[in-house]
Write a protein that binds this ligand. Structure first.
Ligand SMILES: [Zn+2]
Length: 231
């Protein structure tokens, strides 16, 4: 695990990018000398680790140094800030933007100028900030989907997402598009041949983390939303 976080030595850790993007809010620290338990940065001031993580903390194996006594300001803020777990967000060198689930698709296909951190949550409670990667490209980047890293390419998956959106006009999200358990009546409504063609395409991705992310990002299409309103 430790070797994977090359951002520590190669560039700014994700937590630092996020913290700076948030405007570097004040964090109470004490003098110390050593490395941040979470990101591994050398620090001369920090927050005692027991003040940052509670006994309920379950991510000990994600820390860079479990034996370190202190945490840097950036990591302390990211772990303590409830928004870091309860929202989707993108952090860049300029800003920290929180957004709702229905905007995930928009941001996935229009990522910001790098460097950036992209975080998505479905549980609205799991930590992910200090596990995230700082992305350096808009063409290929990591989305931190709670505790999982998903490698994403807008160009590669644009067609798939369009297809999913189109199918979502007719089919439901979880059982039909998500699991492939279609209701016959709707297959005929969609058109058998079209369904065969499109389902063959979906099948290639179903079960992958990218598919799961796109399924989560799928919005009720406008037409369906309107019908829903009429009910
Ligand atoms: Zn740190």
């Amino acid at each position: 695990m430790k070797g994977k976080r090359k951002s520590v030595w190669g560039s700014v850790p994700a937590t630092e990018l996020i913290y700076n993007a948030a405007g570097s809010p004040a964090v109470e620290t004490v003098p110390t000398e050593g490395i941040c338990a979470v990101c591994g940065q050398y620090i001369e001031e920090g927050v005692p680790i027991r003040k940052v993580v509670s006994s309920a903390f379950t991510d000990w194996n994600a820390l860079l140094d479990m034996s370190a006594s202190h945490v840097c300001k950036a990591c302390a803020w990211c772990i303590k800030e409830p928004h870091m777990r309860r929202s989707q967000y993108i952090a860049t060198e300029l800003e920290l933007v929180y957004f709702k689930r229905d905007e995930i698709g928009k941001h996935l296909f229009n990522p910001p100028e790098p460097p950036f951190v992209f975080f998505v949550t479905a549980s609205y409670k799991k930590h992910g900030s200090f596990k995230a990667r700082v992305n350096q490209s808009q063409k290929l980047f990591y989305v931190q989907f709670e505790d999982r890293q998903i490698l994403f390419s807008p160009n590669k998956y644009r067609g798939l997402f369009e297809l999913m959106k189109m199918m979502y006009v007719t089919f439901n999200k979880v059982n039909e598009i998500g699991k492939g358990n279609y209701i016959h009546k709707r297959v005929f409504e969609y058109g058998l041949k079209n369904w065969q063609r499109d389902e063959a395409e979906l099948k290639k991705y179903r079960g992958s983390m990218v598919f799961e992310l796109l399924l989560y990002a799928l919005n009720k299409p406008e037409e369906a939303a309107k019908q829903e309103d009429k009910k």
